[in-house]
Design a protein around this ligand. Sequence first.
Ligand SMILES: Cc1cc2nc3c(=O)[nH]c(=O)nc-3n(C[C@H](O)[C@H](O)[C@H](O)COP(=O)(O)OP(=O)(O)OC[C@H]3O[C@@H](n4cnc5c(N)ncnc54)[C@H](O)[C@@H]3O)c2cc1C
Length: 352
Amino acid sequence: MKDFIIVGLGLSGASLAYRLEKEGRSFMVYDDESQEASRVAGGFMNPIILKRFTLAWKADEQMSKAVDFYGAMGKDLGKNFLSPLEIYRRFSSIEEQNNWFTAADNPRVAPYLDLNLVKTVNPHIPSKFSFGKVLNTKRIDPRDLLESYAAHLAKKGLLINESFDHDALGISEDHVEYKGIKSRNIIFCEGFGLLNNPYFGYLPLKGNKGEYIIIKARDLDLEVGVKSSVFIFPAGEDLYAVGATYSNTDKTPGPTTAAREELIEKLRDLIDVDFEVVHQVAGLRPSTIDRRPLVGKHPDHENLYCCNGFGSRGILLAPMISEELLNLIDTGEELSPEIDLARFTKKWYSKV
Ligand SMILES: Cc1cc2nc3c(=O)[nH]c(=O)nc-3n(C[C@H](O)[C@H](O)[C@H](O)COP(=O)(O)OP(=O)(O)OC[C@H]3O[C@@H](n4cnc5c(N)ncnc54)[C@H](O)[C@@H]3O)c2cc1C
């Protein structure tokens, strides 16, 4: 009898699996690489929403947890996933510059906004207005983290690379059984794939597609991230990631010409050197109608759980939410009401 089956090895599933492993619990993970959000994510741990200079939900609390979590994970896997990448916001008007100072009046926002604006960050990023530096941000390389962790789990025989077949799941009062494996609990961490889940597919997951282009720009020589109408950050060897797009209508998994053209146009407005597009990636953010995660126990089945709805903030959310969910399962400690999927049960479950 295992303690857990985890379905999905994106940021959600990996955070849960790592916590369980540290606690010496038994588990098995299934992943079919059908969703790409975690692997293509920019990897930014930035508590500030750079459009409005406001603090994202509970983001300052999540930040210290995330730094410790990814730091420890790297140490255990013999890697360093965390890097301190500087981010600058290019202002497009005096009004925006003023908003930056107004935002910094909030003592929770102040630690992240440098009040010493700079006129230039790179000779090839011209601007009529100044740039504001976002302080105390970090970045992880999510692809490296997930591939390293998947390899680690596979070596220990804890990862099965196949699609989880929901029809083959047997549910009893105190355990589940799947293809001969018995487990006390199962946690579904399927990202946008949740829509195919017969147990939790009723939850209002909207999905928001995001795409990045990877460009080569030999003359740019940029060592920081810059956010304007588009975000650009260095990816080594004259390569830069440029993105991301946000689409609520396109739910297809792959890269699109429309996103590529949109990003190229915005990039031309930001940098004044030649570049070529060498790659493009896409993923579906598991966004929700109220912009809060969908976490918790199934309304009818004691041993079925869901850990989803991280939207565009999975890097910061995953360490905190995985901890809350395991506390619920192990000690019965209630989830924060904002993330508890029970908030949708009455209204949504009755429709199924
Ligand atoms: C372009 C882009 C940029 C982003 N940048 C950032 C960023 O800088 N910072 C940030 O915090 N967030 C960012 N995000 C958001 C972040 O990626 C998501 O919040 C997060 O990845 C969601 O993680 P998840 O594990 O819930 O879902 P996913 O990453 O979608 O993982 C779900 C996993 O479940 C697997 N799966 C699904 N169904 C099955 C099945 N039936 N059987 C087996 N396996 C299954 C999938 O293959 C996948 O591996 C970005 C997203 C995109 C698209």
